[in-house]
Design a binder for this molecule. Structure first.
Ligand code: MTE
Ligand code: HPA
Ligand code: MOS
Length: 750
């Protein structure tokens, strides 16, 4: 089935927040934010701005009737700054005016006096100064410290991976409309409608039932709207509460880049120990996560870094620790992979460093240590249905790795102007929210009088195709054709208390709830049909809009059955709740079974480096990916290619830069480069590894949202190989992204 949004997307008819019909009395909001990264607010002069014609009101923390607090995991973030600012771009006030242009003019008229305080921009500096978000977390397996003594090769090193801007096409925004009796409807571009509802209620000081959040779809979220869509919606809600007029607030690109958090940069220190036969026996890492000025999702992201610190390898003695370091950057947040990629970059770097030291290819170490059935992860989960070796060896065989490697070698023998590099990148990614409590979802299904069906869930469509998957589930269980089923907007009034659409788990959690609700409806309808056909329930099934008896099509159509069911006063609506069984995690021991299942895969990447310019092209990325039993290859392949491109961008060209004063320097698309068609791999090939799937995956179709991003990590190491092939003196560095500037320096390093 095609993505059900493709028709309206291609015609430009799909609706986003910015497309909504506005009420006649609408006003427009704009944020006034801190022009310094750290300091005490001595005074702010709003008088000139307030005097501007068309400015309705400028809101500050003083106008908040509830709590000035938007922190989720930790209550450490005000909606609007009070006496201090902690990052450049921190919201201080909210200008509401008749037009956006007037609000912009007003913003330029506000003057602020800030007594500056010392600014921390790096995690290392934060650690030195003892500036943390919370206590560190550690995972341990075996005894790494003792084991190093028995290792033939022991190596220590440092890595850095930079942040990443989400760059969703649709910027953050919300349209807030007053309803009756103090209720407010927020149409928000959020992955977490309940987070918006809960936080708005808290800041406004009203019960949650006064706030309705509706989400049509997102022009991309990528994690950037899991938590950070909330403040903008809440600001608009505060204004609506006071003015009783609709308020629209869409961030322009510059404001969005400056004010929102990104993927966390990490500085990491590792120690790795191997035996003579290349078995990794011990691994220790200290991860320094640059969390920014408030917690946001950092503690959860830090946790996932620990979960993925060994990637696809079994290491019997592990000790990993992560520090969430508080700095004066915008609070960093969820980004596809959720800390996993940062963890995986370190083990892959460590493997490269040791391989270089020993004088072998890194893939020999990778291959020796791949995860096998019943291996224990450092967090206590026992690996089952493991496809690490399967995808690795399938990739090598199906894509003729040895031949590719020979070609690279031969090319490098003959060429100096250009050199090639090749790498293998295995991935293992755990599916479930790492926070067990969050793994639940609900669905509400209505069968209407005419047999058409409306499906509501907590799933947010952000381009990943979850609505198409929800439709497939409903359609297949009900046995009706696709055009009978409509996927409704995501709305807190229809489906309440939802987890955000995240952790690649949206289709699994919400799909299982849809399946349960549809099954209940079908059970009821089966009774009606059995009676009508004078048969028993067990002989009845539903297919292609007809009732089947003993697997034979009858004359009883779906519509007729629904009419009959209605006449017999049978309930044609159903609500279901799904909570993933089997998962658990004990934070006091840091052990448990946090993931419903894992997704596996292996990518082979080849690149060509221009040794005069330092530029490079990605020749090909060839992947064998574990889809389980994909319920929609069109959608899933889209996720593979999109995730890969995003991972390549993170590893090669997307370079976030802050000044020492904490100002974002890469604050526009002229200074922040993301992959375009020219930097995409010339060839992208994906071979599905058809496996049994997992019973916890919806229709045994494994999650595909985040895992493919990590195939992009292979690019870093392929480029590194090519640089080394040109310049044997090059000392391996693990400092992503590997920009052309760094490549050029590496090529000519003495
Ligand atoms: N794909 C598109 N097109 N747009 C997005 O915003 N977000 C990614 C991934 N793929 C995203 C995407 C992230 S971060 C996650 S967690 C998953 O989709 C969320 O959707 P899922 O749970 O349905 O996989
Ligand atoms: N992934 C994504 N988002 C989350 C998670 C997770 O594991 N936990 C809390 N929010
Ligand atoms: Mo995705 S980072 O879990 O929204």
């Amino acid at each position: 089935m095609k993505n059900i949004d493709s028709f309206t997307h291609v015609r430009g008819e799909s609706l986003y927040v910015d497309d909504l019909m506005l009420r006649q009395d609408v006003l427009f909001g704009l944020c006034f934010d801190s022009p310094k990264a750290h300091g005490k607010i001595k005074s702010v002069d709003y008088s000139k701005a307030e005097a501007l014609k068309g400015v309705i009101k400028i809101f500050t923390y003083k106008d908040i009737l509830g709590e000035n607090q938007i922190g989720g995991i930790i209550q450490d973030e005000p909606l609007w700054a009070e006496d201090e600012v902690h990052f450049w771009g921190q919201p201080i006030a909210f200008i509401v005016a008749e037009t956006e242009a007037i609000a912009k003019k007003a913003r330029a008229l506000i003057t602020i006096d800030i007594e500056e305080l010392p600014v921390i921009t790096t995690a290392k500096e934060a650690k030195e100064k003892g500036s943390f978000i919370n206590a560190p977390r550690s995972f341990k397996l075996g005894d790494s410290a003792k084991t190093f003594a028995d290792c033939e090769y022991v190596f220590e090193g440092e890595t850095f991976s930079n942040g990443q801007e989400h760059l969703y096409l649709e910027t953050q925004g919300c349209y807030a409309v007053p309803q009756e009796n103090g209720s407010i409807k927020l149409t928000s571009s959020t992955q977490g409608p309940t987070a918006v509802q809960k936080t708005a209620a808290r800041v406004l000081g009203v019960p949650m039932h006064k706030i309705e959040v509706d989400v049509i779809r997102l022009g991309g979220g990528f994690g950037g709207k899991e938590d950070q869509a909330t403040p903008w919606a809440v600001m608009a809600a505060v204004a609506v509460q006071y003015l009783n007029r609709p308020v629209k607030f869409m961030l322009n690109r510059h404001d969005d880049l400056r004010m929102t958090g990104k993927r966390h940069p990490y500085s990491s220190f590792y120690k790795i120990g191997l035996t003579k036969d290349l078995k990794i026996k011990a691994f220790e890492v200290e991860f320094l996560q640059n969390s920014g000025a408030a917690a946001d999702l950092s503690p959860a992201i830090a946790e996932r870094t620990l979960f993925h610190a060994c990637n696809s390898y079994f290491i019997p003695n592990v000790s990993t620790t992560v520090y969430s370091c508080k700095t004066n950057l915008p609070p960093n947040t969820a980004f596809r992979g959720f800390g996993g990629p940062q963890g995986m970059f370190v083990i892959e770097s460590a493997i490269s460093a040791v391989a270089d030291k020993i004088g072998i290819d890194r893939r020999q170490i990778q291959e020796e240590n791949l995860l096998a059935e019943n291996d224990e992860f450092s967090y206590g989960q026992i690996a089952t249905q493991v496809e690490a070796k399967n995808t690795w060896f399938s990739a090598k065989e199906k894509f003729q790795f040895e031949k590719l490697e020979d070609e690279v070698f031969a090319f490098n023998q003959e060429n100096k102007r250009f050199t090639k590099g090749i790498s293998l990148m295995p991935i293992t990614f755990g599916i479930s929210f790492t926070n067990t409590q969050m793994n639940h979802a609900r669905a509400l299904i209505h069968i209407y009088l005419d047999g058409s069906v409306g499906v509501s869930t907590g799933a947010v469509e952000m381009g990943q195709g979850v609505n198409t998957k929800m439709l497939q589930v409903a359609q297949s269980v009900l046995g009706v054709s696709a055009n009978r089923v409509k996927i409704e907007t995501t709305n807190t009034t229809r489906v309440a208390n939802t987890s955000p659409s995240a952790a690649s788990s949206t289709a699994d959690l919400n799909g299982k709830a849809v399946e349960m609700a549809c099954k209940s409806l079908i059970d009821r309808l089966r009774k009606v049909a059995a009676k009508m056909l004078s048969s028993e329930e067990k002989n009845i099934s539903f297919q292609e809009d007809f009732v089947y008896l003993d697997a034979e099509k009858t004359a009883l159509s779906w519509e007729e059955l629904i009419t009959q069911a209605m006449a017999q006063r049978v309930a044609l609506s159903e609500n279901a709740h799904y909570a993933t069984p089997i998962i658990h995690f004990d934070k006091t021991k840091e052990k448990g079974h946090p993931f419903a299942y894992h997704v596996y895969g292996t990518a082979i990447t080849t690149v060509t480096v221009d040794c005069l310019r330092g530029t490079y092209e990605i020749d090909a990325v060839k992947m064998v990916h574990d889809f389980g039993k994909s319920m929609n290859y069109a959608v899933d392949m889209g996720q593979i290619e999109g995730g890969l491109a995003q991972g390549i961008g993170w590893m090669t060209m997307e370079e976030i830069a802050y000044g020492k004063d904490g100002r974002l320097l890469s604050n526009a698309l002229s200074t922040y480069k993301i992959p375009d068609i020219f930097s995409a791999p010339k060839t992208v090939e994906t071979i599905p590894l058809e496996t049994e799937g997992s019973e916890w995956a919806i229709k045994k179709s494994k999650a595909t949202g985040e895992p493919p991003l990590m195939y992009g990590i292979g690019t870093y190491f392929a480029i590194q190989k090519a640089v080394k092939a040109f310049n044997p003196n090059y000392k391996l560095k693990f400092h992503a992204p590997f920009t052309p500037e760094k490549v050029l320096m590496g090529l000519y390093e003495k």
